[in-house]
Design a protein around this ligand. Structure first.
Ligand code: AMP
Ligand code: MG
Length: 418
């Protein structure tokens, strides 16, 4: 890229993409369950849907007006309207008892079945609106204003494929086709657990050396926003045994656990210490900034799936960036989503800034203009700066080999507003 100084990646850190691939290799979409239609909104369809009936399921009027024989009104003009006897009146939800014969019409409302004998509907605005006799002021071609059986969906047609994300638009189609429930990959149940002897619940009193737990709130909110179900546990003191028993308690309740804290190189890092002994967890230094210490593994419970546990670093900005880089794609993989990453967009750097050598930087940024899209780092870039994080609108993703980004050069951005 122009305007960027590059160096080589520093071993022995593991690349972000390799680490993510290692994590995702160990999980797959949750097994399908039947959910009622509204509960299935936001989930991914697990089986193809065939239409049990056509749409529309009967010929019906697309206008309020009069069902007629088109040939009857071919000569109608404003000056010399054609008068037809109105033999019936059919609102939506009813069926006409009379058929349309030459010289007659049936008053009809939008969505009502077209009566036998009629081959067109004249809009009420093109008539005098008569109730016993109607004056038709304009001709209509045969077929006008009639929505034909099957013109939208044919009976038996595959309307939605397995793997489709159900949004309001697919939910509407399923409802129209009569489905009250549907087979989907469910929303993952994600348990969020903060660890650290310094942590106090918000609302609790802070003595010197203590801080309020913010990570679990961050991760619950982020998990919900990613489309999963989140449960927050109270923070744990740094105790290996307690970490292990608390995680084991979640085995049959959760599809994923997110922890924060206790995975770096300190003397009191109980998450790493506890899980390392199990043999199914890997703790790694990933070539990223912030968020270098990472861990992942599957807690085994004898079931084929086990319980995936993603252990994120404790610094709040690191926890957030790690969630974006690994947690969100992991949740979306469990959901069966095809699109697991935030869409990356291209923008221009609005100012010069530096980036650490050998690490992919996720700089917290804000947009300075929309056309062209331009961004600049916002707030302090330390991994503890929650004030700066709260101002961020995007993450500016700077490659491992770039150490200086100059104003005007192109950058990749994850838009956090979408
Ligand atoms: P750790 O990863 O446990 O070494 O923690 C790194 C830093 O993040 C320390 O300054 C911790 O106090 C802080 N930290 C850890 N957990 C949380 C949390 N849940 N909320 C806010 N800060 C935290
Ligand atoms: Mg700690």
């Amino acid at each position: 890229m122009p305007g960027q100084r590059r160096t080589e990646i520093t071993p022995p850190l593991l690349g972000v993409d390799t680490y993510l691939a290692n994590v995702l290799d160990q999980v797959g979409p949750l097994p399908p369950i039947g959910l009622s239609l509204l509960d299935a909104s936001g989930c991914v369809l697990a089986a193809d849907i065939h239409a049990a009936h056509p749409l529309p399921s009967f010929d019906n009027s697309s206008m309020d007006g009069y069902a007629v024989i088109a040939a009857d009104v071919a000569a109608a003009t404003r000056q010399q309207p054609v008068r037809l006897r109105v033999v019936d009146d059919v609102p939506a939800g009813f069926v006409a008892t009379e058929s349309v014969q030459p010289g007659t019409a049936v008053r009809i409302m939008t969505g009502a079945p077209v009566p036998e004998g009629a081959d067109a509907v004249v809009q009420v605005e093109r008539t005098d609106g008569g109730e016993r006799v109607v004056a038709i002021r304009e001709p209509v071609p045969p077929g006008a204003n009639i929505r034909r059986l099957g013109e939208d969906v044919l009976s038996g047609e595959v309307v939605l494929r397995a793997g489709t994300l159900l949004t309001e638009r697919q939910i509407a189609l399923l409802a129209a086709l009569g489905h009250d429930s549907v087979q989907v990959h469910p929303r993952p149940r994600v348990v969020v657990l903060s660890t650290g002897s310094e942590l106090v619940e918000p609302g609790g009193e802070l003595r010197k050396g203590l801080i309020h737990d913010s990570n679990s709130f961050l991760l619950v909110a982020a998990t919900l926003a990613a489309g999963a179900i989140a449960y927050r546990l109270p923070p744990l003191v740094d105790d290996e045994e307690l970490v292990l028993t608390t995680l084991q308690d979640q085995l049959h309740r959760a599809d994923l656990v997110l922890t924060t804290g206790g995975v770096s190189m300190g003397a009191y890092d109980p998450v790493k210490a506890a899980l390392k002994t199990l043999g199914t967890f890997t703790f790694t230094k990933v070539a990223m900034n912030p968020g270098m210490p990472q861990g992942f593994g599957v807690l085994q419970d004898g079931s084929p799936r086990g319980l995936p546990v993603l252990t994120l670093p404790g610094n709040p900005v690191s926890a957030f960036v790690s969630f974006e880089a690994f947690g969100r794609p992991l949740i979306r993989t469990l959901q069966g989503r095809a699109q697991i990453h935030r869409p990356a967009v291209r923008a221009l750097a609005a100012c010069d800034f530096r980036s650490p050598a050998g690490k992919r930087q996720f700089a917290r940024g804000r947009f300075t203009s929309t056309s062209p899209l331009a961004v600049e780092p916002v707030g302090g870039q330390g991994s503890h700066v929650l004030g700066g994080l709260a101002l961020a609108e995007c993450l500016i993703v700077v490659p491992e080999d770039v150490t200086e980004v100059s104003a005007g050069s192109p950058v990749t951005v994850w838009d956090l507003r979408t």
